[in-house]
Write a protein that binds this ligand. Sequence first.
Ligand SMILES: [Zn+2]
Length: 279
Amino acid sequence: MFFIKILKWLKKNALQIVFLGALSCGVFVLDLPDGKFHLYFFDVGQGDSVFIKTPENKHILIDGGPNNAVSKELSDTMSFFDRTIDLMVLTHPHLDHVKGLINVLKSYDIKRVMATFVIYKSTGYTDFLKAVKDEGAEIFVADSLTDFDFGDVFVDTLYPFSKINGQTFKDVNDSSIAMKIIYKDKAVFVGGDIGKSIEKKISEKYSDIKSDVLKISHHGSKNSSSDAFIKDVSPKIAVISCGKNNSYHFPTDIVLDTLKKYGVKIYQTDLDGKVEIVF
Ligand SMILES: [Zn+2]
């Protein structure tokens, strides 16, 4: 308990660590993995940023939200001494998903980046692509065969079914990467901002998309989360990432009602702040 308090204090007083070299060895011991799967929905305002710390201390970051709030969330969540993101995923190039990743690319050691690399014109996306290039991370163009095995955690990419790099989309939300992250008998479904037509395609292609936790697509908009899709995923927990009093009035009642109909426990970042789920 004593060392945990010191760890917290050290994080808050990083500049003074130099005077505490002797204590830092205790901190390293405490940074050993705790053998649990930690899933975070960061509080980044009107946007998405999902973070996973695996039992073997691998770090997966899916989207970065609309600002630099993700950087503060990461420094609160990761050890001060660990600056490695093993896998960064950009689901699609909208600003509310891409912006925060730029600063993370500049200040963390990113091992792998998976994105669709569709064509989309915005400064945020251009800056992201440049930062990815500068970082020198291993680059993966998403398709359903591009999966990642982190030992006890498997990232199963479900959509896009084949590579869509270089393509333009009328609605770029529907180009979002969707994946199931599997740990033992638990699964988490994260699908960016896919709309109902893509949810349907995914439901039709895969025999089992059941997941314990579902990140609600497109911040709870009425264009996603069809009754059939929620039924197919049959989550125990749904998390909606959206901004407090956002101008889109997300989440919509129709999505909340569907989730309630199936008895799904709902968490919202606008009401609950950062959501952490531990398996
Ligand atoms: Zn979005």
